[in-house]
Write a protein that binds this ligand. Structure first.
Ligand SMILES: [Zn+2]
Length: 483
């Protein structure tokens, strides 16, 4: 809500008109606090400052240089935890702490693959996260090739007995990342579907629109009622190589070696820091990213950038002379990639869900952001009327449709009814490097990072300084169509 400013103006005029009176009563009570600033003016100032602020880039530069990759459950992840706790304190966050939870950590070992017949040559592969290992000497078998994931699903039970299943479905390049949503089933669910049809190992073309040779990893989802078979991603050109070999009509044999180990009850942490609200500190607007990363790269775009953007936005809000009414909470989740962090956070904050005004995770790279979805009814609330004006100059479309989902780590909290807002970054290039050894600092664009920070800072401030109640708005009528 906008605050009434007339009372403050009247007070200023009154004081200006009576200097002699003021001097004669020096010992009297101090003058009342100045009126609160106009929230839209503050949000505009935050947005414009963020566009030239070094905090976000410095965050991800420091993280990738001083820590590097942070596979959950490893010593690197623990170093990341220590780094982040110190960094948040240095940036001015309060109540900075780690919320521990145990995970089954997965650690990659030596890996290799090669075509042994009919045209022997090495392949670039990367084991999928959580994959069971092969025997030490590896698995060598004839392959069955599928050009689409749907073809694999159409294969009859038992038809892959003793074979290595290979899916080479290419991923389309899209701005909204929908190509990933469509294709990554070949990675997450493919090993289970292949095992159900008798396969002894599984290879998928990397889930990436890139033409680069580095393979892209990601989690495999095993289920209790299917045999766990070793699974890896092929580099995109290596998947195409197998397509070409298959055109020659001869049986193709591949040897796959995957060594990995698991560490039961390994430590992981969700990290929390607050910018305490000035008058309603128990009400929380929570943003963040995830601290863990895959092992081959530096964890720069996934998700150093998302943490950097949200940490910098909260830091800028914390540097204001007057904090917003509500608390801005930063959460850096500790095991997103293996899908372990969301429930521990919701469990640790059980009973507090009603205090969360809104949540949002940043987890699709450094930007630029191109759409914003708000909770239902929010755009018609007086407190957020200025959002399209604030986002327009940043080239961000404010969607009429309400936000559905704000990221996997807040999912458990959202399931309890906590409202979410969602910025969507341009994902046209993101999946070229995502989950690969190419996820490095030099892929982070400073201008994009600052545009993302500007958008988060302005919006989060407006929500945090308001008394907007998204749950109440959601119960109202559907939003009218806008001009
Ligand atoms: Zn991520």
């Amino acid at each position: 809500m906008h605050r009434p400013r007339l009372a403050g103006l009247a007070l200023i005029l009154c004081l200006a008109a009576a200097p002699a009176f003021a001097k004669a009563h020096k010992a009297a009570a101090p003058p009342p606090a100045p009126p609160p600033p106009d929230p839209v003016a503050v949000a505009t100032g935050l947005r414009d400052k963020a566009l030239n602020d070094p905090t976000a880039y410095d965050f991800v530069e420091s993280l990738t240089t001083e820590v590097g990759p942070r596979l959950a459950g490893t010593v690197q992840a623990e170093r990341g935890k220590d780094w982040a706790l110190a960094k948040l304190k240095a940036l001015g966050f309060t109540d900075v702490h780690a919320e521990p939870f145990p995970i089954t950590a997965w650690v990659r070992g030596a890996e290799s693959a090669e075509v042994t017949a009919p045209f022997p040559q090495k392949l670039m592969i990367l084991g999928l996260g959580g994959s069971v290992p092969t025997p030490p000497e590896g698995i060598e078998a004839e392959i069955v090739l599928f050009h689409s994931y749907a073809d694999l699903l159409a294969a009859a039970p038992g038809s892959l007995a003793g074979k290595i299943a290979v899916v080479t479905q290419p991923m389309p390049r899209t701005q909204d990342g929908s190509g990933y949503g469509w294709n990554n089933r070949a990675r997450t669910r493919g090993p289970v579907e292949a095992a159900r049809r008798g396969a002894i190992a599984y290879l998928t073309r990397s889930i990436s629109p890139s033409d680069g040779r580095l393979p892209h990893t990601g989690k495999v989802w095993y289920v209790p009622d299917a045999t766990k078979i070793p699974a890896a991603a092929l580099g995109v050109p290596d998947a195409e190589l197998i397509d070409h070999m298959a055109l020659r009509g001869k049986p193709i044999r591949i040897r796959l070696v995957l060594n990995s180990t698991e560490i039961p009850n390994a430590p992981a942490w969700n990290l929390v820091g607050d910018i305490k609200g000035s008058s309603a500190p128990d009400e929380i607007v929570a943003i963040g990213g995830h601290m863990d990363s895959w092992d081959p790269g530096q964890g720069a775009i996934d998700d150093g950038a998302g943490m950097a953007v949200t940490a910098a936005a909260a830091t800028l809000i914390g540097e204001l002379p007057r904090h917003p009414r509500r608390t801005v909470r930063l959460v850096l989740f500790g095991a997103e990639e293996m899908d372990y962090a969301s429930k521990p956070f919701a469990d640790a904050h059980q009973g507090e869900a009603s205090r969360y005004v809104a949540v949002s995770e940043s987890d699709t790279g450094s930007g630029p952001l191109w759409t914003l979805s708000l909770p239902k009814g929010a755009l018609d609330a007086p407190a957020l009327k200025a959002v399209p004006s604030l986002m327009g100059p940043l080239r961000i479309i404010v969607a009429d449709q309400p936000a559905q989902f704000s990221g996997s780590d807040f999912a458990e909290l959202e399931r309890t009814g906590v409202p979410a807002f969602s910025f969507r970054p341009d994902a046209s290039r993101y999946f070229d490097i995502h989950h690969s050894a190419d996820d490095t600092l030099n892929k982070v664009d400073r201008a994009d990072l600052n545009q993302s920070t500007a958008a988060f800072a302005a919006l989060v401030y407006l929500i945090a300084d308001s008394d907007i109640d998204f749950r109440a708005l959601a119960k109202g009528q559907p939003a009218p169509s806008r001009p």
